[in-house]
Ligand binder design. Sequence first.
Ligand code: B1M
Length: 224
Amino acid sequence: MTDEKKGNVVSREEIIRDAIESMHKGNEKLALETIERALAEGYDPVEILSDGFSAGIREVGDLFSRGSVFLPQLMMTADVMQKVSARVDEAVASGGQAAEKKGIMVLATVEGDVHDIGKGIVASLVKTQGIEVIDLGRDVPVATIVEKAQQYKADIIGTSALLTTTMNEQKKLEELLKSQGLRERFKTMIGGAPATQRWADRIGADAYAEDAGEAVTKALALLS
Ligand code: B1M
């Protein structure tokens, strides 16, 4: 169905275009106005986050790696993205029905890594499906992750890594669980830009998810 037929005043393309532009410019006002317009028009905020804002911030990341954008601008864009994510989190939480509790996930960005925007999106979406999320934050050592998973009697341990240098922590987690005789006690799920299904298979993780939507599907499958 076209946006026109659905009666939307602002087209999805326009919203996506503005979302991407707001990330390129690190423009908080435009970003927040865009997400409010998307919500008012009834577009799925998670889809707009993924197809618009996330796509935009990745483009800024690519420009950064080519030297066309510098760290302060990347940080400014990341800050705006955090605010948009928080707004989407709020909208998703208020729109969801209280689902029956299906399990507990301990979630963290691994040690040495401060990238936590994607992890935050995973957390908000997984929560809507009745999975309690214990978000340990970012730059978390594997020993702490395992300790907290035991403390909270987690079913799933989820880790996010955005750097090729930190994804090895996901392997360390598997090794630590094995050495402590805990490997069968928890299901593990990995994600983050450099992670792949191949990496998951190689290190022995139970699941890999490419994005937040897939993280929900995989988490529910792990619990069933
Ligand atoms: Co950095 N950074 N960064 N950065 N940064 C990347 C990752 C990079 C690819 C950019 C680039 O050069 N093209 C590059 C890594 C290169 C590499 O390792 N090969 C990079 C670099 C180099 C760095 C620094 C080293 C830069 C420097 O200081 N010189 C530095 C490292 C700091 C550190 O961690 N020690 C750094 C710093 C930063 C900022 C602080 C400025 C900021 C982070 C702010 C924050 O997160 N609070 C930042 C940002 C914003 C990025 C990019 C541009 C965007 C990341 C992001 O938020 N994406 C990124 C470029 C890129 O990823 N292409 C980049 C949007 C988000 C929604 O997607 O995080 O992929 P993503 O999450 C997705 C999926 O991956 C998945 O679902 C999410 C939602 O759909 N997912 C999971 C994620 N976790 C999951 C867990 C799951 C399942 C799915 O299960 C548990």
